[in-house]
Every structure is written in C-alpha cells, then in structure tokens.
Design a protein around this ligand. Structure first.
Ligand SMILES: NC(=O)c1ccc[n+]([C@@H]2O[C@H](COP(=O)([O-])OP(=O)(O)OC[C@H]3O[C@@H](n4cnc5c(N)ncnc54)[C@H](O)[C@@H]3O)[C@@H](O)[C@H]2O)c1
Length: 259
C-alpha cells in the first residue's frame, strides 16, 4: 500500500521568510524532509530555519536567473539531489487599470510568473536526470477566475497554470510531476492582515471589517483558507499518493472555485 512517507526527502521551498512559505517549509520539516529554504530576505529565512529541525537558509531573488542557478548548484553540492520543489514566493500589487502602473504590473509578472519559470529552469537539470520528483507551484484561485481590481496578480497566476501544464507535458517522460495548488483567501496571513485589507478597503472605498465579511461570504464552507489546508494538499502532491497526477491546478478554496 502506498503511504505518505517523506522522511529523508530533499525539499526546496521558496518564499520562506514568512506567511504560507514558512508554514509549508515547517510542515515538510515535520514530515521528516531536509529543507533548503530560500527567500529574498536572508535574515528572515535564517530566523525561520532556527525553529526547524533540519533546514538550511539561502538568500535567493527568484527574478534573478543567474542567482537561481548559483543557489541550485550550492544546494546540489550540499544535499546531492532535490526530490520536492515548492515554488511559493510571490507578491501582490492590486489596483484598477488607472492606478496600476505598467511598472507595478511588470513587477508582479516578474516575481510570480518569470520567477516561477526561473526557479524550475534552474532546478530542472538536477531533478530531471533523477527520473523522479515533484514540483509544486503555489498558485491562487486568482489563477482560475479574474480578481476585482487585481489584474496584475490574476494575469501572473493564470500564466502560472499555463506554465505548469506545459512543464508537466515536457517532464512526464522523466517521471517528474508538476502541479499547482490554488488556495482561497488566507485571511489570517500577513499578506492580508498587514496589507490587503488596507489596500482593498481603500480601493473599494469601504472598511477593513466589511472586506473580511465580503470575502468570507464568498466561501461556501464559510471560513478563511488556512495554512494547514494548503500544507495537506502539498504533502499529498509531494508524496507517491499522487503518483498518477501531473499538470493539475487543484483548488483548495472551501468550494469557492469549482473548475
Ligand atoms: N495570502 C493569501 O491569501 C494567498 C492566497 C492564494 C495564494 N497565495 C500565494 O501564496 C504564496 C505566498 O503568499 P503569502 O501570503 O505567504 O505572501 P507573503 O508576502 O507573506 O510571503 C511571500 C514571501 O515571498 C518572499 N519573496 C517575495 N519576492 C521574492 C523574490 N523575488 N524572490 C524570493 N522570495 C521572494 C517574501 O520575502 C516572503 O517571504 C504566493 O505565491 C501567493 O500568491 C497567497
């Protein structure tokens, strides 16, 4: 019988200095993986790693391909292989068409889409020859449906699903699987608490409390998405339980998105 057993697997996770990435890296750590934890914020990711059993921090800006290649090589030299690659690092800049600058639009695409491409491109030469591996992109429900006054983010995430499907086709002959997870709104994450509630209240001309209520009311299961919901799906996709799944973009949205 196939079971979830990730003990001793080498997992690379990006965007680990806070938020979902921190939670995902910690869950893989609890599952017995050895973690290469990457973030543009080296100080932050170093602190996070101090509270884990088996994690090494790396400074990495995923928009810089040369840096991705250097870090991938350093990780290969240290760990010898990469079994699981979780592409989590991402940013969000909201705004309607008149307020969102071309520069901000480019920046979001650069981190969320080009950064995902750079990360996989840098690690593929390590993972593909192993003839096994699981690549997991953290996408969003905004990769499946448009997001109000949030076009840059949705465009970057829709693009990410196209890349996931294409890479899944390309890597299938190597038995390397590529899937995306599309979380709902993580209303208790720093992204929402420190930034999005303020941004949305401002550009939708209402209060932060009204925004929270609005977003909860959109969820059939009537609660916020939590880190554990995403971590459970990540562990499934990282393990052999999902051996027959590739090219999927799986909604974890409390029923908010159904396609
Ligand atoms: N929070 C949500 O509600 C939500 C919902 C759906 C999907 N997501 C996705 O989950 C992922 C994590 O989101 P979060 O809420 O934890 O965000 P966050 O802002 O709390 O954390 C993002 C992390 O990525 C790092 N990062 C940013 N730019 C980087 C770069 N160029 N190179 C390397 N690291 C970089 C940051 O330093 C930070 O540690 C993102 O891909 C986001 O789109 C979040």
């Amino acid at each position: 019988m196939t079971t979830i057993n990730l003990t001793g697997k080498i997992a690379v996770v990006t965007g680990v200095s806070q938020g979902l990435g921190e939670a995902l890296a910690k869950r893989l750590d609890q599952e017995g993986c050895r973690i290469a934890a990457c973030d543009i914020n080296l100080e932050g990711v170093t602190k996070v790693c101090q509270n884990m059993n088996n994690a090494v921090p790396y400074g990495l800006d995923i928009t810089n391909y040369e840096q991705c290649v250097q870090v991938a090589q350093t990780i290969k030299d240290r760990f010898g292989r990469v079994d699981i690659l979780v592409c989590n690092a991402g940013i969000l800049k909201s705004g309607d068409i008149s307020s969102l600058s071309t520069q901000a639009f480019r920046q979001v695409i650069d981190v969320n889409l080009v950064g995902y491409f750079n990360t996989v491109k840098a690690f593929a030469p390590i993972i593909l020859p192993q003839k096994q591996g699981s690549i997991i992109q953290i996408n969003s429900k905004s990769g499946k449906v448009g997001s109000y006054k949030n076009g840059a983010y949705a465009a970057s995430k829709f693009g990410g699903i196209g890349l996931t499907q294409s890479l899944a086709l390309e890597f299938a002959e190597h038995h390397v699987r590529v899937n995306s997870i599309c979380p709902g709104n993580l209303l208790n994450s720093p992204l929402w608490v420190n930034s999005l509630f303020k941004q949305y209240a401002q550009n939708q001309n209402t209060t932060e409390e009204a925004i929270r209520e609005k977003y909860i009311n959109q969820v059939p299961l009537r609660r916020s998405c939590e880190y554990e919901d995403i971590a459970n799906m990540m562990v499934f996709l990282a393990s052999d339980l999902s051996d027959y799944m590739t090219g999927q973009a799986i909604n974890v949205t409390g029923g908010q998105v159904m396609h």
